[in-house]
Design a protein around this ligand. Structure first.
Ligand code: ADP
Length: 528
C-alpha cells in the first residue's frame, strides 16, 4: 500500500478525532507508509506515539512496538483499545502473561486483528516469540525510547543492543526509531546500532519557548528559598527533583511542616504508596511532589508550573527531560536549578566506583551540566546548541526567558583573547581537553603538559594576564559559537574548526561575559 493511496487525514480523524497533524507527524507517517526506515526525534509531548500508531492501524500486518517501560505500554494499549471495539487490536507481550493469555495474543495476531504489539526488549529476545513473529506478517518495528541503545543517552539499556539482530531475523521490515533525547552523538549511535543510516530522519525543534530557565547558587538557605518560591506559586503544581531518597523525604517533610501540600516519591517506597502519591499529584490533591528521577516518565500532567532541581542532574539530557515536564500546556513553566560545585564533586565521587568507560562518559556529561550552570550566556541557546540546534538569542522564540538574558552580566571585548585561545588549540594540535588548554594559556604545568613538553613552547603562558576562570568561561562561549568544537568520542578533546582558523586570520569583535560565581553547598551524601 502506498501513502498516496491513503487519505491519512481521514484516518487521523476517524481513529484519533484530530483534524490536523502536529508538527512533523504527517511527513513521518508518509515515510513509514512508504516502508522506509524512519528516525523520529521529537521532544516529549511532541506526539511521537501517533506517528507509528496511525500507520500501524491502517496497514496490513502487525506492528511491533519495543518499549522499555511496562507501565507505559499498558497505558498505550488501553488508549488504543478505547479507539476500537476490538480488544485484540493491541496487545502487550511479556513474561507476566499466562499460557492462555499468550495463546489469545497469538490467535489475534494470526487472524490479522492485532495491529499493535507492544513488547519489552528482553521479551523480544525469547526464541519462542521470535519464531512465532517470523510466521506472521509484520508491518514494521517501532523502537520507542531509542536512545536506550546508546551509552551516551541518559538511560542506556544493554538489551537494546540486541534489537537489530532480532529484527533481522524477522525478514525485511522497516524500522522506526523514536526518541526525545538526541544529542548529535546519541543520534549517530542510534542510526549505527540499528543499522539504518539510510533512514529518513525527522527532527523537531527542542525549543520550549514557554519555559523559563533559572540557576541559583545553592546555599545553606536552600530550603527557605524553595519554600519562598513555592509560596509565590501558591496552589500551582510543581515537581522538585533530588538526587537521593533521603533528601526527597526530608524536603517533603520540610514542605509539609511549612504548610505546603507535598508528597515524596522514590523507588524505595512500595508500589502502592508510589501509585497513591502519583495519583494525588495528578488529581491535584497535593500541589508538589518531591521526587528522585524515578518520577515522571510518562506522566502527562499538562499544567505543571514549576520544576525545581534541588541537586544538579547528571546530564543535560536528564535536565531537559525533567524540566520538560513543566508547562506542557504551553502556559507558564519555571525551571529552577540549584547549583554548587560541591555537588558536582559528590557526583564525581559517586561515579568513581563504576567501570572506566562509564566513568569517562559520566564525567564528560557532567562537565556539560557544569558549563550550563556556570554560563552567563542565553541558557536556551546553550541547551539547544547541546542538542545540535542553532538558536538566535536575539530574535528566537522565548529568547528572553532565562535569568542570564533578563539580568545580563557585564560584557567585555575579548577579540584578542579569542585569537590567543584559538592559536593554542591549533598549535597544540588537538590533543588537549579544556583543562590543559587553559593551563597552557595561563602557564601552569601538570603531568600531561609536561609529557607533551608544551611548557617549552613559545605560546605557553601566552594568556597569563587572565586567570583560569576567565579562560574557562571564554572557552565555553567560543565553543557555542562554533569556532571550536568538542570531540565527544574522545571525551572532550577540543578542536579548532574552519571558522576558528578564519577568525585567527581575520578577527572580529567578540563580546564575552564573565561566568557566575558559585560557592557553598549542603553536606549530604548521595544514596540513590
Ligand atoms: P510523545 O510520545 O512525543 O511524548 P505523545 O505521543 O504522548 O507525545 O503525545 C503528546 C500529546 O499530544 C498527547 O496528549 C496526544 O494525544 C496529543 N497529540 C498527538 N498528536 C496530535 C494531533 N495531531 N493533534 C492534537 N493532539 C495530538
Amino acid at each position: 500500500m502506498n501513502s498516496n493511496e491513503i487519505e491519512i487525514h481521514k484516518e487521523l480523524k476517524k481513529y484519533f478525532g484530530f483534524s490536523q497533524f502536529k508538527g512533523l507527524q504527517e511527513q513521518v507517517i508518509t515515510s513509514i507508509l512508504d516502508r522506509k526506515n524512519t528516525f523520529v526525534i521529537m521532544p516529549t509531548g511532541g506526539g511521537k506515539s501517533l506517528c507509528y500508531q496511525l500507520p500501524a492501524l491502517i496497514q496490513e500486518g502487525t506492528a511491533i512496538v519495543v518499549s522499555p517501560l511496562i507501565a507505559l505500554m499498558k497505558n498505550q494499549v488501553d488508549a488504543i483499545r478505547s479507539l476500537s471495539s476490538e480488544n485484540g487490536i493491541a496487545h502487550v507481550l511479556n513474561s507476566s502473561l499466562t499460557k492462555t493469555e499468550i495463546a489469545q495474543v497469538k490467535k489475534d495476531i494470526t487472524s490479522g486483528l492485532t495491529k499493535l504489539l507492544y513488547v519489552a526488549p528482553e521479551s523480544l529476545t525469547k526464541e519462542e516469540y521470535v519464531a512465532f513473529l517470523q510466521s506472521v506478517p509484520i508491518s514494521f518495528v517501532a523502537i520507542d525510547e531509542a536512545h536506550c541503545i546508546s551509552e551516551w543517552g541518559h538511560d542506556f539499556r544493554p538489551e537494546y543492543r540486541n534489537l537489530r539482530n532480532i529484527i533481522k531475523q524477522l525478514g525485511k521490515v522497516p524500522i522506526i526509531g523514536l526518541t526525545a533525547t538526541a544529542t548529535p552523538k546519541v543520534q549517530e549511535d542510534i542510526l549505527k546500532n540499528l543499522d539504518m543510516s539510510d533512514a529518513n530522519t525527522f527532527k523537531a525543534s527542542f525549543n520550549r519557548p514557554n519555559l523559563y530557565y533559572e540557576v541559583r547558587t545553592k546555599t545553606k538557605n536552600i530550603e527557605s528559598d524553595i519554600i519562598r518560591f513555592i509560596k509565590q506559586h501558591k496552589g500551582k503544581s510543581g515537581i522538585i527533583y533530588c538526587l537521593s531518597r533521603k533528601k526527597v523525604e526530608s524536603i517533603a517533610e520540610v514542605l509539609q511542616v511549612n504548610g505546603i501540600s507535598a508528597v515524596p516519591y522514590h523507588a524505595g517506597l512500595d508500589a502502592k504508596t508510589r501509585a497513591k502519591h502519583q495519583d494525588m499529584f495528578l488529581m491535584e490533591d497535593v500541589d508538589v511532589v518531591v521526587a528522585t528521577i524515578a518520577f515522571g516518565m510518562g506522566i502527562d500532567k499538562p499544567d505543571v508550573r514549576f520544576v525545581i532541581h534541588h541537586d544538579i542532574p547528571k546530564s543535560l539530557e536528564s535536565y531537559y527531560q525533567e524540566t520538560g515536564r513543566a508547562g506542557r500546556d504551553g502556559g507558564e513553566g519555571h525551571c529552577l536549578a540549584y547549583y554548587s560545585y560541591k555537588d558536582v564533586e559528590k557526583l564525581e565521587k559517586f561515579m568513581s566506583g563504576k567501570p572506566v568507560a562509564e566513568q569517562e562518559i559520566g564525567f564528560a556529561l557532567l562537565q556539560e551540566v557544569v558549563a550550563y550552570a556556570e554560563t552567563s550566556m542565553s541558557r536556551r541557546k546553550f541547551l539547544l546548541h547541546y542538542f545540535g540546534e542553532e538558536f538566535d538569542s536575539e530574535t528566537g522564540e522565548g529568547a528572553d526567558m532565562d535569568d542570564n538574558v533578563r539580568n545580563p552580566k557585564h560584557k567585555v571585548e575579548a577579540k584578542e583573547e579569542v585569537v590567543k585561545l584559538l592559536e593554542v588549540v591549533r598549535d597544540t594540535k588537538h590533543i588537549y581537553k579544556s583543562k590543559e588548554i587553559v593551563f597552557t594559556l595561563i602557564g601552569r604545568i601538570n603531568a600531561v603538559i609536561k609529557a607533551h613538553k608544551t611548557d617549552t613552547q613559545p605560546y605557553f603562558g601566552s594568556g597569563s594576564g587572565h586567570d583560569e576562570k576567565y579562560w574557562m568561561a571564554l572557552l565555553r562561549q567560543v565553543l557555542v559559537t562554533g569556532l571550536l568544537s568538542k570531540d565527544i568520542e574522545t571525551y572532550g578533546v577540543i578542536k579548532i574548526t574552519q571558522e576558528g582558523l578564519d577568525f585567527i586570520k581575520k578577527p572580529v569583535s567578540f563580546m564575552m561575559s564573565e561566568d557566575h560565581e558559585y560557592s557553598e553547598a549542603d553536606d549530604e551524601a548521595i544514596v540513590t
